[in-house]
Design a protein around this ligand. Structure first.
Ligand code: 4AD
Ligand code: MG
Length: 429
């Protein structure tokens, strides 16, 4: 058995092959069936001539509807008329399963496609994205491993949040309140004092009602934390991991990148350093563009769009105002109303792909911030032990994998960066 992608690169031309797959399109014309076959790696035309296969095989092919599963034997030939430049001339076809009439028709509409997501995952749009997503995950793991980070797993069921109470998913834990994790934040800060350079990729949950093109309620979060370093060092890793993912995807999946509407060259040019501006600079830039924006507010999609306009690499914004920032972010020693925090902002409407900071090490300052944010420091007592026993400078960040994939694949909506999207409006199928 061979993969379709292998045939499309001409490696098997003239040779006999056996293919297993599903009928993507089919039509019969003048004693010939033209079947476009789909497998995990791509699509390929199979020509079944009536006189080249056993009569029962031809009859079965004529009868088989799209998404029927088939095994094809034949010879690969180069043919400019075939999509992709190659086709297989069948010598035998076996229909493994005759599919019922497939419910996906032309122009089905977005909502319907979400209803039948379990079938729509077979589409070229999604299978292409899956292959890029796979390469992106491998690249992120590869980057951190190469840089000497340990992969450590935090829990998903937690007693308290780290990113603000309003977006916590509550859970009945045998009569007690528990929450689905928003971030590994608190655990990372405990683990970093054990393992020093750590990362993980896992799901995060946000009960975010905002129906935007870049929010999911369940997303995959790549997070890192490092001891003995400050903001600048982890910023280099943020640039490094994004760049590495772009290089790997461009190198390993050039055809898929093109199918998604990007070019490998675009991705290859995503190399450090990225442009870096402070929040204060960003506010000035926005004002210079004639936009109204009040100092202290968080940057919204609108502002992030303006800051990345015409940019081909993501832009880093540092030193955000302390108000409205998470309690664990370190104060800027020079301007204590700012934090040593940063976001990495991507263009094309994707916005913040990475959020991170140096962490506050002063126990009393953290307690005060918790109180200011209406939290009870006693709920965080175990976490605060990280500031009681051998506290050291440390910093880290979180990267939304779907945001990164959305940007790499130039997707209009983040839901197409994940197989089964979870949004405020739906959690099925
Ligand atoms: O900026 P956030 O909230 O930061 C944290 O959770 C930190 N504790 C991370 C850390 O320092 N370890 O989230 C980090 C990233 C964002 O930059 C964004 O890319 C992604 O997670 N993200 C989402 N992605 C999809 N849907 C959502 N609702 C998201 N919320 C955050
Ligand atoms: Mg953020």
């Amino acid at each position: 058995m061979v993969a379709i992608a292998d045939l499309l690169h001409g490696k098997r031309t003239g040779k006999p092959v056996e293919l297993k797959g599903w009928i993507y399109r089919t039509r019969t014309m003048g004693g010939k069936a033209f079947v476009v076959l789909r497998d995990a790696t791509g699509i390929l035309q199979v020509t079944v001539a009536k006189d080249a296969v056993p009569p029962e095989a031809f009859a079965a092919v004529e009868k088989a509807l799209i998404e029927s599963s088939v095994i094809v034997k034949g010879t690969v030939v180069a043919d400019k008329r075939a999509p992709g430049g190659f086709e297989v001339r069948a010598t035998d076809v076996h229909v493994v399963h005759f599919a019922e009439k497939y419910p996906l028709q032309e122009d089905p509409g977005e909502e319907f496609l979400l209803d039948v997501r379990h079938l729509w995952v077979r589409s070229q749009k999604l299978t292409t994205m899956f292959r890029i997503r796979d390469a992106t995950f491998h690249a992120v793991h590869g980057y951190f491993r190469d840089q000497g980070f340990w992969e450590v797993s935090p829990p998903m069921i937690t007693p308290a949040g780290s990113e603000g109470g309003s977006t916590l998913f509550e859970l009945d834990y045998f009569g007690k309140k528990a929450y689905l994790t928003q971030s590994w934040q608190l655990y990372a800060e405990a683990l970093v004092l054990a393992m020093e350079k750590i990362y993980y990729i896992g799901p995060s949950f946000r009960a975010e009602k905002s129906r935007t093109t870049r929010h999911l309620t369940e997303y995959w979060h790549a997070e890192m934390e490092q001891a003995w370093v400050g903001m600048d060092e982890v910023l280099k890793h943020a640039e490094g991991v994004i760049s590495h993912a772009c290089q790997v995807v461009a190198e390993e999946r050039p055809d898929d990148v093109v199918a998604m509407g990007r070019t490998p060259e675009f991705l290859k040019a995503v190399k450090p350093p990225f442009e870096r501006i402070t929040y204060d600079d960003a506010v000035q830039l926005l004002h210079a563009k004639g936009m109204e924006f009040e100092w202290g507010k968080d940057l919204r999609t609108l502002e992030e769009r303006a800051l990345t306009e015409g940019k081909t690499k993501p832009v880093i914004v540092t030193h955000y105002p302390r108000v409205s920032q998470a309690f664990y972010k370190a104060r800027d020693p020079v301007k204590p109303d700012l934090v040593l925090g940063f976001d990495v902002i991507a263009g094309d409407g994707v916005g913040e792909v990475v959020g991170g900071s140096e962490r506050e090490t002063d126990l009393e300052v953290i307690k005060k911030s918790l109180l200011e944010q209406g939290e009870d420091p006693r709920s965080y007592d175990w976490y605060l032990d990280s500031r009681r026993y051998g506290s050291v400078q440390h910093a880290g960040f979180g990267m939304g994998m779907e945001r990164l994939i959305q940007w790499i694949c130039k997707l209009d909506h983040i839901r197409d960066a994940v197989p089964f999207p979870r949004t405020p409006a739906r959690f099925a199928p």
